[in-house]
Design a binder for this molecule. Structure first.
Ligand SMILES: [Zn+2]
Length: 343
């Protein structure tokens, strides 16, 4: 069985030949080229080349394509700082007050940097690898994260805490949802088999479960539904420990939930069994600092917890660090073959 079928079966909650494996490896792939990461992340052709070389080395089933946490913000006018040791970061926000949200335009991803470069990378990956690996072209960021980048992290936290301008908060989240949704359509048009939004700001480490339900949740759910109605698979990625929002996380309806290593995989599996596919959640620190033997043990335990009933894709809990050793990644990928068989 090929990788595309294998991943498709996992998302459809079917057991196949074995558990598929993904790598969230854009940073490591860029770093491994030897070029400045800031150059690779701004150039779709270089980024695609990096991701293809990464796939050739590790042979994972699912390739996660993105250029980091500033793509949508930059397309919306936020200055983004590109660095050579990590992913780009958003700089000064563009909204001085929530009331300015009505002036924001949804960018056309085909002509707006850097979305246009990621679309280029998606086309190249689809052409070169599309029948050999499942390409998830990520529409980062999600409503909550993009809203916080546009408004400023501290200001947006204050907006949520006071709740005085609830209508405007929702107007901003709605705008951010429309940005990510339009980008998601373009990524799929360019050959992505699925897409994903990252929402680290929506996790319990950043906002309370009550605020998650009150603010971003309905916007994430609406995005999932709109894309699902068009036959498009949206993954939802929330960093950190999501145990306290498990029910709401599932109730977004996202067909793939990407869980971080702090989330209890046993509980997540029990809650999602027969309902949605889980992707994750090996500790990215273990992948940097551990040994291949330690990674093998962690993967064996995780696979035995999560493989039952299908609906599981083994991978790191979040983005791999640039310096993650190759031997450790080989151990992760190999463990799916060694322990993930359904036969
Ligand atoms: Zn994450």
């Amino acid at each position: 069985m090929g990788s595309v079928e294998r991943v498709g079966a996992a998302i459809d909650l079917r057991e196949t030949d074995r558990v598929p494996v993904d790598l969230h490896s854009f940073q490591r792939a860029a770093y491994a080229t030897g070029l400045p990461m800031s150059q690779v992340f701004r150039d779709g052709a270089l980024l695609a080349e990096a991701m293809i070389a990464d796939w050739r080395e590790f042979g994972h089933d699912m390739v996660l394509l993105e250029n980091g946490t500033g793509c949508n913000a930059e397309a919306c006018g936020v200055e983004v700082h590109y660095r050579d040791d990590t992913a780009p970061v958003a700089g000064e926000p563009v909204l001085r007050s929530l009331s300015e949200v009505g002036e924001l335009q949804v960018p056309d991803p085909y002509v707006t940097f850097p979305m246009s470069e990621i679309l280029k990378a998606t086309r190249i990956l689809a052409r070169e690898l599309g029948d050999k690996a499942w390409i998830c072209a990520r529409a980062d960021q999600g409503p909550m994260d993009l809203a916080a980048q546009l408004r400023g992290m501290n200001e947006f936290m204050m907006d949520l805490a006071t709740g005085e301008d609830e209508q405007l908060i929702h107007a901003l989240l709605d705008y951010a949802r429309r940005v990510a949704t339009r980008y998601a359509y373009a990524l799929i048009e360019c050959g992505g088999r699925s897409t994903s939004i990252g929402e680290p700001m929506a996790g319990p480490a950043m906002i309370s479960p009550r605020h998650y339900r009150r603010y971003p949740w309905a916007h994430e759910r609406r995005m999932v539904k709109e894309l699902r109605d068009q036959g498009i698979i949206l993954h939802l990625h929330i960093c950190g420990d999501t145990d306290r929002i498990t029910d709401d996380f599932i109730a977004t309806g996202a067909p793939v939930l990407e869980i971080d290593h702090k989330t209890d995989a046993t509980r997540a599996k029990a809650a999602t069994l027969g309902r949605t596919c889980l992707l994750g959640n090996i500790d990215t620190n273990l992948l940097v600092f551990g040994t291949p033997g330690e990674i093998d043990i962690a993967c064996e335990a995780l696979i035995s917890t999560c493989k039952q009933g299908g609906g599981f894709i083994l991978g790191p809990g979040c983005a791999l660090a640039p310096t993650t050793p190759a031997d450790n990644i080989h151990a992760l990928v190999e463990s799916a073959r060694r322990y993930g068989s359904y036969r």
